[in-house]
Write a protein that binds this ligand. Structure first.
Ligand SMILES: [Fe+2]
Length: 182
């Protein structure tokens, strides 16, 4: 990460924290998340394989809930974290490919957020950054990026406790267990 990039991420995180003070009424924030979920559900309904479609819905909602909890615990923006979670794997589900899905997913999320006016430019930057970095589980990025990575890991590791934890997610999962006293 170069110095310019780091400054951008710090600014983005400051905005995320500032929004916690409540620039918009809570009902308005919740309405936006509901609308975004409706849009995502419409997109997922285009998936022909019912099993894959159900898994996609469960994953996006699971990560969204985990992101809300993690963001709240860390004093960050829960709404933006939840929105990022609802969009984070949408590109992979729409195309059926995980090839570079984080970077392509960030591009898709940016288009959706701008075209449907779900978020302003600063918010779109925060959400797209989280999606762009969400597959980089072994490195640490901005505070908001880390919320999405951790939420993704929570769902991967806790959706079915009989499944072994992936090696690349073990250290992050252990840290989360310590943070949440699990
Ligand atoms: Fe995911």
């Amino acid at each position: 990460m170069n110095a310019g990039n780091k400054r951008f991420i710090l600014l983005v995180d400051e905005r995320a924290v500032v929004r916690l003070t409540g620039e918009k009424p809570e009902e308005e924030q919740m309405g936006r998340l509901k609308e975004l979920r409706k849009y995502v559900e419409q997109e997922l309904n285009k998936m022909e394989d019912a099993g894959k479609r159900n898994s996609a819905v469960a994953h996006l909602y699971g990560v969204s809930l985990a992101a809300t909890m993690i963001a709240r615990k860390r004093g960050l923006d829960a709404e933006l974290s939840s929105m990022a979670a609802m969009l984070h794997d949408l590109h992979a589900y729409k195309t059926g490919s995980y090839d570079d899905h984080a970077h392509k997913g960030a591009e898709l999320a940016g288009r959706i957020l701008r075209e449907l006016k779900f978020a302003d430019e600063a918010e779109t930057d925060i959400i797209c950054s989280a999606i762009y970095h969400h597959d980089d589980k072994l490195v640490t990025d901005s505070l908001m990026d880390e919320v999405l990575k951790d939420a993704d890991v929570i769902h991967h590791c806790m959706n079915d406790l009989s499944k072994p934890v992936k090696e690349k997610e073990q250290a992050r999962f252990d840290k989360l267990c310590a943070e949440f006293g699990m």
